[in-house]
Design a protein around this ligand. Structure first.
Ligand SMILES: *[C@@H]1O[C@H](CO)[C@@H](O)[C@H](O)[C@H]1NC(C)=O
Ligand SMILES: *[C@@H]1O[C@H](CO)[C@@H](O)[C@H](O)[C@H]1NC(C)=O
Length: 273
């Protein structure tokens, strides 16, 4: 299958990184998570559940017919661990019916691509914390997702085929302002292009940067990648503006590649193939 195979290249640099034991936090503190001390939010009717899901970038809901099963306490422990994710819980028969839940299930709802990922079946009742935690870390894609070994795998779990990366050092003084504008631009391309942040201050991310043939001196930079055909392009930028991002994305969507960048590549003495 073409689509699956064309992802090999991206998968390759993801896999060569290996899995780091600790995973960096999310891009920014988001305010949509419930107060962790309160536990998950009880969703007692359908409108409450619908509103809860639409208000969060990432919502995890435990739909339980039986609250005595062991996974329920594991589920509660996740609320403490992922303070920037919204956790809801329901045992209301109408809510369960609305979401077509016939077995105990934990679902992740994402705003960025409108996906619902479900964990269900027999093994869920005794699911361990590490497994549930990994599911949440991997699949918590946001309006802007920070690249790390966990979310790197989650990037394959979306139907959005175009990924835009902002490669920038998070410790740089201009980071906050640029990130703010990048987020603004992300709203314009929601469900069309997945926005990713790559912290060039993290040594392991050097592989991602060299994949796009970017030099340290060219950062910060935008890189865009289409999983369907492995087409990609880059644009070094001194300042991120909504307009820059928009023009770059629109150009790529129209099939334009930035000539300079690709000419420069052809002129390098190293010839591939
Ligand atoms: C849901 O859980 C609450 C709290 O344990 C319980 O009082 C209620 O009867 C349960 N509802 C259903 C439909 O099982
Ligand atoms: C539940 O299933 C029905 C029939 O398969 C489908 O039309 C509906 O969209 C589903 N509801 C949700 C919330 O997924």
């Amino acid at each position: 299958m073409e689509g699956a195979c064309s992802r090999c290249l991206l998968l390759l640099f993801l896999l060569t990184r290996g899995l780091a034991p600790e995973v960096a936090g999310e891009v920014e503190e988001s305010s949509d998570g419930p107060d962790a001390s309160q536990g998950p939010v009880w969703l007692t009717d359908v409108p409450a559940a619908v509103e809860f899901i639409s208000a969060a970038e990432v919502a995890i809901i435990g739909f339980f017919q039986d609250l005595e099963i062991p996974v329920v306490s594991v589920f509660y422990s996740m609320v403490q661990k992922f303070q920037d994710v919204s956790f809801g819980i329901s045992n209301d028969s109408e809510v369960l019916a609305h979401y077509n839940i016939t077995k105990n299930s934990i679902s992740l709802f994402r705003l960025v691509d409108n996906e619902q990922l479900k964990l269900e079946g027999e093994d869920i009742e005794n699911m361990e914390a590490t497994k549930l935690s990994r599911f949440i870390e991997t699949n918590s894609l946001r309006l802007v997702t920070e690249y790390n070994p966990m979310t790197g795998f989650g990037l394959f779990n979306t139907l959005i085929e175009i990924h835009l990366l902002l490669v920038i050092n998070k410790a740089s003084p201009e980071y906050a302002e640029n990130m703010h504008r990048y987020r603004e631009a992300a709203r314009l391309f929601q469900r069309k292009i997945l926005f990713i942040l790559v912290d060039s201050g993290i040594k392991e991310n050097g592989k991602v940067i060299s994949f796009f043939k970017l030099k340290e001196s060219q950062l910060p930079a935008l890189a865009i990648y289409r999983t369907l055909d492995d087409q990609w392009d880059t644009l070094p930028i001194s300042e991120v503006t909504v307009e820059h991002v928009q023009n770059f994305c629109d150009g790529f969507l129209e099939g334009k590649l930035l000539r300079e960048n690709h000419k420069a590549e052809e002129m390098t003495p190293k010839v591939e193939l």
